[in-house]
Structures are given as C-alpha cells and as structure tokens.
Design a protein around this ligand. Structure first.
Ligand code: ADP
Ligand code: ZN
Ligand code: ZN
Length: 744
C-alpha cells in the first residue's frame, strides 16, 4: 500500500488557513484520518504536542518523505464544529472543483479588521395606542413636524433615517426630541442583532391555518422521531410559508437545537427581520453583505458560544458554526443567488443538504415557484413534497391576462405600452391605487426577434436563442455555432427584426409622456447603486410617494405593497431568450413572482403580461398560475435535450491572457476527453465564452453532460491530476462549474 500523508492546519481562527503542514499518517490510523478529523501532532523545533485539523489526505509527499513527522494520535474532541465544517469544505472541494484553500475560505470566516458600514433606521417603539394619543396631542399643540413624523411611523413603524430627513423633510432635532420622549429609537443596522430591546417578543403569533398546521405537523412528526429529510414546501405567494418556518424553528429551538434560515439578500428587509425578532427576540441574529468581515466573524463567534439559536442570512450564513444544528430552511429556493459565483461554485441547496446529513438535521426548501431541479427530486421521492395551495384567509390570487404585442403592432401601436395596459393605468391612477411596471431584463445578452411574428432565432443544435455579438453575428453560447444576422425574418419576411434594447429609463420617459400627472419611481441598477438606494425607493413607494414604480426583476421581491392593484409586465419575452437552458424556468418564475405582487391588500389585483410569444408554455402557465403545467412541459424539454436535472452538466473554463493559449488548451483537453471514450458522456464545444474576453483575459469553454453526476466529478479529478503534471498548462487557469446557473 502506498504511503499516505495528511495536510494539517494548526490554527484555524486566524489568517493561517493558507499554512498547512504535512505529516505522515501511521498505517494503523489510515482508516481514522480524513478531512475534518482533529489530530495531535508534534510541532516546531521542540516537538511540543499540539492539536491540528486534517484538511486533505494524499499519496503525494510534498517534501522528502523521510523528513516528515508523523501524526501522533486522534484528538478526542472529534466533535468540534471545525471538524464538521472542514469535512463540509472537503465535500465541496470534491463536488464542485476548487482547491482546499478556496473551499476552506468559503466555510470558515477569517478574522480580519474592517470598519463597520452603517445604516440608520427610525423605529417606533411606543405602543400604538399610546402613540396615537401622543399624535393627537402634537396636533393640538400644532407641533406639525412631530405630528407628521409620528403619523408616518404609525403607518410604517420603521423608516430609514435618510428618508425621514430627506423625503419627509424632518430635522434631526425633531427626531432627537421624539427619541428623548421614548417614542422612537434610532437604530443602527449593525445593531440588528438586538435592535429594539424592549419591543421584543411581543409574541405576535398567528393562529396557523388548517393547511399550515398540516404542513408543520408532517415535519414535526418526523423531527420528533429523529427522522431527518429534505422537504420541498411549494406554497403560492402569500400562502403563509414564513409562519410555517417560524413554527418549525420554534420547535427545533425548544429541543435545544439551532436553525439556519437562508433568504436571498434582496428579500432580507427590515420587515422580514422584525417578524423574526418579534417572535424570537435576541436569540436571532442576521447576516448580510453589508456586515464587515469583523462583524461577520463576531456573529459566528456568538453562534459558536451559544448566544444565539437562529441565524437569518444569505448563502454564506449556511456556514454558521452551530454545533447542534437541527434545521436549515432555504426560502425562495429557486433563486439564482444561492449558487456561488466564486470558487468553489457551490449551490447552497445541495451543500445545505450535505451539512444537514452530517449533522443530523432537516432541510426545508420553500418557494412559490420551485426550481425544476428541486421539483424533479420531489417527484422522484428524494425530497418530500409539502403544499400550500391557497393564500392566507382565502385572499384570491390576482387575475392574469396576456396581451399579444404582435397585434398591437398590426393595429399601428408602436408603443411598449399596449392600449389595454394604458387604459388600466388610467383607471388605477383615477382610483388612487398603485401600479408596478416590470421590465423583464437580464444581463447583457441580447437575442434577435421579429416584432411582427415573434420568431426568435435559435441554435439548431442546443435549442437556446442565439446572441447578437458586435459585428453582427449570432452566436450560441454552448456550442459556438454562429451565423450572420439576417436582414429579414426567416419566418415571415418582415424587416422588423433586431435586438430588443429598451431600458427602464426609456420606459420611464414613455410613461411620463403618456401620463404627465403620474408620479413615478424607477428602480434599477442605476438608481440603487447608492448605499441605501434599494430600501429608500421601496419605502418611498410604500409611503405612497409615487403612483407608478418602474423596475427590473429587483422589484419582484421584498416588501408588500397593499395598495398595488395593477402589475404590468412589459415584455415577458426578454428573459425567455437569455441563451441558456434555464431561460423558460426563469421566465415562469419571474412572471409568477411579479404577479404575486398584485392584490396583497384588500382590493383584488390584476396582472397584464405583454408578450410577442403568447403561446409559449412558460407564459401560458404563468397566466394560469399553474406550476404543474409549466413543470410538465419544461421537464420534457430537459429530458429531450439532456439538460439538468435529467442529466448533469459541467462547464470547464480555460482562461489565459493570451488568446491562442486559452483556445489551444481547450482544444487539447477536448481531444483527450474524446479519446477517453467515457460511456454516456456528451461533450459540447470547445467554444469561446459568451463574453469571451473580460479584463484582458480570454476564455474558452467546454460543456460536458452525463446522467451521473459522480462520473463528471471523477472526470474533473482526473483532469486536475493531469494538469498538475503538465508544466505547459501552468499559465492557463482551468476552473469548473457544475450545473452552471448563469451561463457565462
Ligand atoms: P409567504 O411567506 O408564503 O409569502 P407569509 O408567511 O409572509 O407568506 O404570509 C403572508 C401574510 O399573511 C403575512 O402578512 C402573514 O403575517 C399573514 N399570515 C400568515 N399566516 C397567517 C395565519 N395563519 N393567520 C393570519 N395571518 C397569517
Ligand atoms: Zn417574423
Ligand atoms: Zn448551440
């Protein structure tokens, strides 16, 4: 048997992650030494005994094997949280491709000093009744500024400081005066962990509906028997999923265990957080990208010390070092942001399931529009499906209508606003109700379509739309197929063919021209670039400072706007043709979630979906809000084309500063892979990446497909080993992305 060596890190709390030391593994310990295991080793000149963690086991000695020291023994505290996380990192490294260092950095926060970024909120802390009495008093005394602020706070108990002093035009003195009277409190976001101490645990707890009860009972019955599974909670928008999560978390915490709740950063609003504080008080903490490394580290420390039981945060909160983890919830599990864009390119869903498996915890995936990946697994019994089919209190789902934009063109209307949508906007403005206009737009990619017949030019091999590149060629991002841009529609001959390039700014101009009296707000990358831009626009709209909110997919999430009774989706097709196989899925999700914004209040909602392609199944299903219908069509396409989840895909990226090098390496490896004749393997490419050159780095890609994920992982391992030995490949960076989400 070949000798085995362990790479060991000694101190993982500091910047030492990069420093590992190699030790020989004594033969009698072979079976017990694997990543994550704590061991005792002799260290330094004096060979004093210290504890380290194994991060990698290898048959390759990095130095003269004769000079390597030997592991002494297995340390007894093998249950350390570090062990669990290092084992998880090793799993990620293998499953997604990366170095062990990159994987460790993803799971273990490194202590670094950074200055806190701040954001302030003005929060009402006085009981509503007392506050109302106070308001009357202010009004009687003609303290108009104070009255105005308090009135706003009664309507919206948390408002960002900038909005109070800016839009509401209230001075810092007035805020301070109300703070001194214990009416409000100015809360700094870094204090989220304990924002309004004495408001805590109002115990606001709703009585679960029959349907909610059934769902929680199913999960709790398993939990109490020690059965740990992954559940997929499919619940329509506003069906009360969050209440279900809180009920389950309460149970887990009462058993002395901890819970992690992942939500997309953009949905991590103050309102959401306060719902959890209201119920769980100071045992909750949150994490978000605005926290500095230092703060993030502090949160982890508090979790490790047992000061908190519940953490809410985006993807990275998954690695919170809870020792007795009982439950992981992933809300909006279909969201693309759960896939990491840096190495290792892990998916939080699969990684959560692996962490839960090792820790003996359960996983709940929740969504109104489950990913096709998850639904497929639920169908095959890998996940258990749970459903909430109705909105809470039987509030109706909004009515969806589809408008055929080709007919508008035929009728001589060249505007992006159809005649029907214009009428409805007029009607809502007259009724003083609010409107959201949603421009479905993603990325830089641009497809070419015919405005007369709706025809879109697709790759003859991959069934995805071709993208228009500078210079007028149409390219496929998967296989590299290319053809020139035609001058007329190949289907109907119309010359109205080209890229669709209207931005939100343009739409705002059009809306202002058509409805000069309407007050509009725009939310897109430009207007949310400032620090609090996103929350400011949402609060302003919630405060009814505007009639129409125009935005990209950003407006789909977040706040509830009870006064919104009309949602217009201006061009549903834009996400249909992003040039990757998930386009239809994303379209269905965006349309359904956007529709879910309408009619949350007491008046019913209406949704207008404008499209050049009213017959496309993702649009038909969104109109009917029929997830099953969408899923059945979509899974058939995936099966036919061997796309995930029916098959698996691995993307190999070759990057180099020299154009020829990246191309040559891709070609060379592709030839080798072909020669290996792996059963059931399909290779597409090599091709130049969708955005072939970024920051002067050229990129070429190969896509691999196989029904068995493990086969792809094994191939990756072989490629990695091969590259290690090839000096001529050193200048080329080769990286992997399994089941990629965003194309390139
Ligand atoms: P989802 O997460 O599915 O969108 P939420 O949990 O946010 O749904 O619930 C939608 C709204 O209905 C919230 O305002 C919530 O407080 C309320 N709600 C949820 N469950 C109940 C219930 N059982 N009784 C009364 N109101 C409820
Ligand atoms: Zn045409
Ligand atoms: Zn193709």
């Amino acid at each position: 048997m070949p000798d085995r060596y362990a790479n060991i890190i000694i101190d993982i709390s500091h910047e030492k992650l990069d420093r590992s030391f190699q030790y020989r593994i004594p033969e009698d310990l072979y079976a017990q030494v694997y990543p994550g295991v704590a061991v005792n080793v002799p260290f330094g000149k004096g060979n004093r005994q210290i504890r380290g963690f194994v991060i990698e086991v290898t048959e390759r000695a990095e130095f003269d094997p004769g000079k390597l020291k030997e592991i002494d023994s297995i340390a007894s505290d093998a249950m350390a949280i570090e062990s669990q996380l290092i084992a998880l990192a090793a799993w990620m490294r293998r499953n997604y491709g990366a170095t062990m260092n990159q994987a460790l950095k993803a799971v273990i926060p490194v202590k670094r000093k950074a200055k806190a970024k701040e954001k302030r909120m003005v929060c009402l802390i006085m009981e509503k009744e007392a506050a109302r009495a106070q308001l009357e008093e202010f009004t009687r005394r003609h303290n108009t500024a104070r009255a105005r602020l308090l009135e706003e706070l009664l309507a919206h108990p948390e408002i960002s400081y900038e909005i109070v002093t800016g839009k509401l035009n209230i001075t810092a003195n007035v805020i301070r005066a109300l703070e001194e009277k214990n009416i409000l409190k100015v809360v700094h976001e870094v204090d989220y962990r304990n924002p309004v101490g004495h408001l805590q645990q109002t115990g606001r707890q709703v009585e679960l509906s029959e349907a909610q009860r059934q769902v929680t009972d199913r999960v709790l019955a398993d939990l109490h028997q020690g059965i740990h599974k992954t559940y997929l909670l499919h619940g329509v928008t506003g069906s009360g999923k969050t209440e279900v999560y809180m009920e389950l978390i309460a149970d887990v915490v009462s058993q002395g265990k901890q819970a992690i709740m992942l939500i997309p950063e953009i949905a991590l609003t103050y309102q959401t957080v306060m719902r959890f504080y209201g119920r769980f008080g100071g045992r909750v903490s949150i994490m978000n990208s605005r926290l500095s490394y230092g703060e993030r580290y502090d949160q982890f420390l508090r979790a490790k010390k047992g000061e908190i039981d519940i953490i809410i945060g985006p993807r990275s909160a998954l690695f919170t070092p809870f020792l007795q983890l009982g439950l992981i919830i992933i809300d909006e599990e279909h969201e693309g942001s759960y896939k990491s864009e840096t190495l290792p390119k892990y998916h939080a869903r699969e990684t959560a399931i692996e962490r839960a498996r090792a820790a003996g915890a359960s996983v709940i995936l929740g969504s109104a529009t489950p990913s096709v990946d998850s639904y497929y697994k639920a169908e095959r019994g890998e996940y258990q499906l749970l459903e909430l089919k109705k909105r809470v209190a039987d509030k109706p789902l909004p009515v969806c209508n589809v408008i055929d934009l080709r007919e508008e063109l035929r009728a001589g209307n060249h505007s992006i606003l159809s005649r029907r949508l214009q009428q409805l906007i007029e009607d809502r403005l007259a009724k003083k109700q609010q409107i959201m206009l949603f421009l479905n737009r993603r990325g830089l990619m641009s497809f070419v379509s015919c405005r007369a017949c709706g025809h879109v030019i697709k790759c003859p091999h991959c069934d995805v739309s071709l993208s228009l590149h500078y210079g007028g060629t149409l390219n496929c991002h998967y296989c590299g197929y290319s053809e020139p841009l035609p001058g007329a529609c190949p289907k109907c001959g119309s010359r109205h063919i080209g890229g669709f390039r209207a931005g939100t700014q343009k739409i705002e101009e059009i809306v202002k021209q058509r409805f000069p009296k309407a007050r509009t707000l725009r939310m897109d990358l430009d207007t949310t670039r400032s620090k609090n831009g996103y929350e400011q626009i949402l609060s302003a709209f919630a405060n009814q400072e505007a009639d129409i909110l125009i935005g990209t997919q950003m407006i789909v999430k977040g706040h509830d706007f009870p006064n919104v009774t009309l949602v217009g989706i201006l061009a549903a097709d834009l996400s249909l043709y992003t040039g990757d196989y998930r386009a239809a899925e994303r379209t269905f999700q965006l349309l359904t979630q956007a529709a879910g914004r309408a009619g949350r209040g007491s008046s019913a909602g209406e949704v207008m979906i404008q499209t050049y392609n009213p017959g496309h199944y993702s649009i038909v299903a969104a109109k009917q809000q029929d997830y099953q219908a969408f899923y059945r069509e979509e899974i058939a396409v995936r099966r036919l084309m061997s796309y995930p989840p029916v098959s698996h895909m691995a993307l190999i990226v070759f990057a180099s500063g020299k154009k020829e090098d990246a191309g040559r390496a891709a070609g060379y490896l592709a030839a080798l892979i072909k020669k290996a004749r792996i059963d059931g393997l399909q290779m597409i490419g090599p091709a130049s990446a969708a955005v072939a050159k970024v920051n002067d780095i050229y990129r070429n890609v190969i896509y691999l497909k196989h029904r068995d994920y493990e086969q792809l992982v094994m191939l990756k391992d072989r490629i990695e080993l091969f590259l290690k030995d090839r000096a001529d490949m050193k200048q080329i960076t080769v990286s992997f992305d399994f089941n990629p989400m965003n194309g390139l």
